[in-house]
Design a protein around this ligand. Sequence first.
Ligand code: ATP
Ligand code: MG
Length: 314
Amino acid sequence: MTVAALELRGLSKEFSLPGAGWFAPPQKIQAVRSVNLVVPKNAIVGLVGESGSGKTTTGMVALRLTEPTGGQILLDGADITRLPHGALKPHRRKMQVVFQDSYSALDPMFTLVRIVAQPLEIHGMGSAREREAQALDWLERVGLHRSYGNRYPHELSGGQRQRVAIARALILKPQVLIADEPTSALDVSVKAQIINLLQDLQAEMGLSILFISHDLSVVRSLTDTVAVMFNGRIVEQAPTEAIFADARHPYTVSLLDAIPAAHPRNRRLRTFRTRDELEAATPRLSAAELGQAPSPTPRLVEVAPGHLVEAILT
Ligand SMILES: Nc1ncnc2c1ncn2[C@@H]1O[C@H](COP(=O)(O)OP(=O)(O)OP(=O)(O)O)[C@@H](O)[C@H]1O
Ligand SMILES: [Mg+2]
């Protein structure tokens, strides 16, 4: 069996917020509920779902930028869930992140060559001269002229800043890239350029990407597999074409319905559903037909090869 680049096993994250009054108990938010997700080597997995469904939290916990409250994170087969900071550092090199808003991640006082070279410096790799040479090479690789090395973040457009953020994330040659809405702040034409760049770099480097996005048309063109998140859980997961051609969970169907069709006549009616309605709409499948034990609590079952749906088994 091949080892996954990144595997989340039963991953959970509960946030505690202070209560509203002096004696009010703290408020608990279950942002991620027992998520199982595999990002195979050399593949792009999409993570979709409405705002607040827990996509960013899943990514942040996988990176251990937020600590999990349950479950395990395996990076290239190694369990990094409880590694202390020092022991985590060599693993950190293998997994990097690009956010939607790279501006806040790029130090405004640093030149671009310094920004891109910084991860090498943090990990004590190469001499100053070697790091600078590599950073200039990476600027070129992401489509910026080497002369940009002396510029500052404020001199760049949004698309150029995302290119710098990508160079900075990939200079350590990670195995896994978590891309959290990397194009959603960009204009359509620039968005397509950045998607093409990610696609090219993925193929060249054999990268594994967890691609978090609201944009289902981008997800469709870019990913191999899609996981659909609702209310902190993965409710459906399948090869990308199966998600778009054969969605089984009503929540996935309602997400797909929300994509505007090119021609109004082809636009399906958007069915509005509340969370409670959606919870109530959890598919019911025959346990006997699937050869499984009945399960009154919803769980993910495989309904076709690689196609998982959350269902109640009766
Ligand atoms: N630091 C935090 N403290 C408390 N609650 C949080 C924190 N971060 C996220 N949450 C809550 O966790 C839930 C999931 O949020 P998250 O940001 O992961 O969703 P998302 O799917 O990325 O949404 P979006 O599509 O808007 O980016 C939300 O209810 C959110 O309010
Ligand atoms: Mg988010």
